[in-house]
Design a protein around this ligand. Structure first.
Ligand SMILES: *Cc1c(COP(=O)(O)O)cnc(C)c1O
Length: 523
């Protein structure tokens, strides 16, 4: 074992692709280098002390491990330092503006956290007797009520655990409804070109073939092309509204009517609900099913893998097919409906999405958020998120190409393209330059309908001062690109790591650590 195992740090080696920092440790003041846990840990170190097991007869039937397991051992302070150092290399909404488009990275109010940590919510178990979790059920029931009210829909399935999971839930309900009508031959789902990747993936996963609907030059669904494609083989459409170009689909009602007229269903991707909450009810637009990302619109924390929550609201037509279980108020009591009851409104459920009831912690946070904002506050969320995005759009439209700036205001996100950047410079250089300015990059190269897209969603929780600083940073980076500043092409320069070969990393990911000494010995 080499000496780095005990040290907790590793001198920066220029050969390893890192530029020398000039310090002995590789640290730069408070920016601390951190090696892989395998390089820090040694099999001789451990954070726990357990007595040697008494001699017992092996019951492993000859399957006992003969070689060391090779897991790194760390003492408790080493383990704490390792993960704390790594955590400091993360960007977070608690550190600064997080412009990632379509993700609605807004501030997570601390009141939400306080409520979610109340022992009566935080410590409940899904297998507890129903009588002992009435308060938790009341939270689920109240949140369900507000989601149905805000969307103008008929019912809601609370159990799906994220947006994409909600999409699957909605499409499975559509499938069940079609099969109940004897129309299982409908095998095509139409999806606009600008759709989030999860939409076609969901439709394909549920056994449908996906066909693209083109966009018009102003960034919206080409309604004529959509109508021309409708027919007896079409199960439905999946449309994001506001769409991923940051624009409201003004023809949504026309689209829904046309789809219904040929016997199909309308799925709306509601991930962008933040822009219209309190102002537009998707139920009024003819939507049959829509997921709501509680972790976007309703401020429950996300990024770094969740947990999210993706309740799905349903029209009256799809309600009988919604998944189980759900919470129902029966007199003073909240009951958990877990099985189909023939003739009831949930009599034709397609089944379950999850083992239990969904993400209790996220429900508590989302309901706290809704109640603390109230009707006027939620409406202001939508208005301010749209105002902030338009401020970004208008502040930068003369610096970066803004393909839809001419078609009027945007919704909650502003989109730019790489048009007009000099030869050799593209969106990625701007994104990497932003890292040096201390920002997480915006969503890039998505949606695909905009060349070199940069999708910026500031959200309503940013102040004008915060927006001005971000706009200044983005303008400065864009101007460096336009002036052909070569240093931008190797940015970031101030981040813990330099620019990576992202194609290589995606195509040939190195997912398993190999001990270099063992690898050398094997040669
Ligand atoms: C975030 C998002 C999704 C997927 O939601 P997850 O909760 O990440 O699964 C789907 N569509 C759009 C437009 C989104 O922004």
């Amino acid at each position: 074992m080499s000496n780095i195992h005990q040290s907790g740090w590793r001198p920066t080696s220029p050969e390893a692709g890192e530029s020398a920092t000039g310090t002995f440790t590789g640290n730069r003041a408070l920016m601390l280098e951190e090696a892989l846990i395998f390089e820090i840990g040694s099999t001789e170190t451990t954070g726990v002390e357990v007595a040697e097991p008494a001699k017992v007869a092996s019951r492993l039937g000859g399957l006992a491990r003969s070689a060391p397991i090779g897991l790194p051992g760390l003492s408790e302070p080493e383990a704490v330092r390792h993960y704390t150092r790594l955590s400091r290399q993360n960007y977070a909404i608690d550190l600064g503006l997080f412009p990632l488009g379509s993700c609605t990275m807004k501030h997570n109010p601390r009141l939400n956290e306080k409520m979610a940590r109340l022992p009566g919510f935080a410590d409940v178990h899904p297998l507890q007797p129903v009588d002992t979790v009435q308060g938790a059920f009341e939270v689920i029931h109240q949140l369900a009520h507000w989601l149905v009210t805000l969307t103008g829909m008929h019912s809601v399935a609370m159990s799906p655990k994220a947006g994409a999971h909600g999409e699957l839930c909605g499409i499975l309900a559509i499938k069940a409804a079609l099969e109940a009508k004897g129309e299982g031959q409908r095998k095509v789902i139409l999806v606009p070109e600008s759709a989030h990747g999860t939409n076609p993936a969901t439709a394909a996963f549920a056994g449908y073939s996906v066909e693209d609907i083109p966009a018009t030059a102003d960034g919206r669904v080409d309604v004529a092309a959509l109508k021309a494609r409708l027919g007896p083989d079409v199960a439905g459409v999946m449309i994001t509204n506001p769409n991923t170009c940051g624009l409201f689909e003004r023809e949504m009602r026309t689209i829904s009517d046309a789809v219904h007229a040929v016997g199909g269903y309308v799925y709306c991707d509601g991930a962008n609900f933040n822009a219209i909450v309190g102002r537009v009810r998707p139920g009024d637009l003819g939507v049959d099913a829509m997921h709501i990302n509680l972790h976007k619109t309703f401020s429950t924390p996300h990024g770094g893998g969740g947990p999210g929550a993706g309740p799905v609201v349903f029209s009256e037509a799809l309600t009988p097919f919604a998944p189980l279980p759900f919470v129902e108020k029966q007199g003073d009591h909240f009951a958990l409906v877990e099985e189909e009851t023939a003739g009831e409104h949930h009599g034709k459920s397609f089944g379950r999405m999850v083992a239990f009831n969904g993400q209790m912690g996220m429900f508590t946070r989302a309901l706290t958020y809704i109640l603390s904002h109230g009707a006027d506050g939620l409406r202001q969320v939508a208005e301010d998120s749209v105002l902030n995005a338009n401020y970004v759009l208008r502040s930068l439209e003369n610096t970066l190409d803004a393909p839809f700036a001419g078609s009027g205001p945007c919704m909650h996100e502003a989109i730019f393209s790489d048009e007009g950047l000099p030869e050799g410079f593209s969106t990625i250089d701007i994104a990497k330059g932003l890292i040096d300015e201390g920002y997480h990059p915006m969503t890039m190269y998505f949606p695909l309908v905009v060349h070199g897209a940069m999708l910026v969603e500031p959200t309503e929780t940013e102040s004008k001062a915060a927006l001005d600083q971000f706009i200044g940073a983005l303008r400065s980076v864009a101007e460096r690109a336009k002036a052909g500043d070569e240093s931008l092409r190797s940015a970031p320069h101030f981040a813990p790591r330099r620019r990576l070969d992202e194609t290589l990393a995606a195509r040939k990911p190195v997912l398993v650590w190999k001990d270099p000494e063992l690898a050398q010995a094997a040669e």
